[in-house]
Design a protein around this ligand. Structure first.
Ligand code: ADP
Length: 293
């Protein structure tokens, strides 16, 4: 079933949840009326309202410049917002009264240390927390196992394919066992076959890690395949124009991509984007995205 919530001022409380976890009452992160104005005056994000709940897989979808990365960075605490509130209602607080954000961040580039082994690349966040290597060998190996790279623990990045490097990057983000995994167009630079395989791997990893994912993408098809909730944004200024629930149960397989349900979801997302950008929904949109990958 397709459920569409256009022009959302506050996010619906009836958002779907992954089957492996009960709905929790308090969101993990709550954004209310969030604006971001950069120093040069660019209004990158305007009036963002979003509840991110435990164990959801949310995609932020929209064209370049609609503020997806800005929103992700603000959730991560990597940039101050200019107006509104970003709360972590269930977080613990540090001695200075700041919420302890339990997050992992995956960027478009894997950005691995070329001189270090796969194991040491994944160990890095724990090393930065002064945790001795010997204490976390099992944890690093388990995380490598989760992304299917345990056999490559002693390899160096130059020995890995693009998709494998990205899986190392995902393992590095997960090794701290974060509650929230933030992913900024992680598969955009990969070929379509690798990307499709990594979509399946990511869903598997998400289920095993039992975390929440906020995934930035400009691919309608990718967002529908992965998410149980899609937040659609428009540009100039970057703003949320609606959200859609994709209630197809997990695990999802490639067969899902061939179902009328999947196509209907893609069309609904596409129509929402077109409505925001052009005030109409040209029928050619889906074909056009297909041809451009
Ligand atoms: P998206 O991730 O959707 O492509 P961004 O969040 O990167 O969008 O950017 C949103 C808007 O903010 C764009 O107009 C972009 O040019 C602008 N922007 C992003 N970062 C900065 C910055 N550091 N300084 C000024 N403007 C910025």
């Amino acid at each position: 079933m397709i459920s569409v919530v256009p022009n959302v001022a506050a996010v619906s409380t009836a958002a779907p949840h992954a089957p492996h976890a009960p709905a929790s009452t308090k969101p993990l992160v709550r954004l209310r009326g969030v604006d971001k104005v950069y120093a040069n005056g660019t209004l990158a994000v305007q009036n963002l309202n979003l509840d991110i709940r435990a164990n959801e897989f949310i995609s932020l979808l929209g064209p370049s410049g609609c503020g997806k990365s800005t929103a992700l960075r603000m959730i991560a605490g990597l940039g101050e917002h200019s107006r509104g509130e970003i709360d972590w209602p269930t977080a613990r607080y540090d001695a200075r009264g700041r919420p302890i954000r339990e997050i992992g961040f995956v960027f478009q580039e894997p950005t691995l240390m070329p001189w270090a082994t796969v194991f040491d690349n994944v160990y890095l966040p724990l090393m930065l927390k002064d945790i001795p290597r010997a204490e976390v060998v099992d944890r690093v190996n388990n995380t490598l196992d989760m992304v299917g790279l345990l056999a490559f623990a002693n390899s160096h990045p130059r020995e890995l394919s693009g998709g494998m490097k990205m899986r190392v990057s995902i393992a590095r983000a997960l090794v701290t066992q974060p509650k929230l995994l933030l992913m900024d167009e992680p598969f955009a630079a990969l070929d379509e076959i690798t990307r499709s395989k990594l979509n399946n791997d990511l869903l598997d990893i998400w289920q095993r890690a039992q975390c929440t994912v906020v995934f930035v993408t400009h691919s309608i098809y990718e967002s529908v395949y992965l998410s149980n909730r899609i937040v659609v944004l428009a540009a100039r200024p970057g703003r949320m124009i609606g959200e859609l629930a994709v209630d197809t149960p997990y695990p999802r397989t490639n067969d899902f991509r061939l179902t009328p349900e999947y196509i209907a979801h893609c069309r609904a997302v596409s129509d929402m984007l077109d409505l925001a950008m052009h005030g109409a929904a040209p029928a050619s949109t889906l074909a056009s995205e297909h041809s451009h990958g």
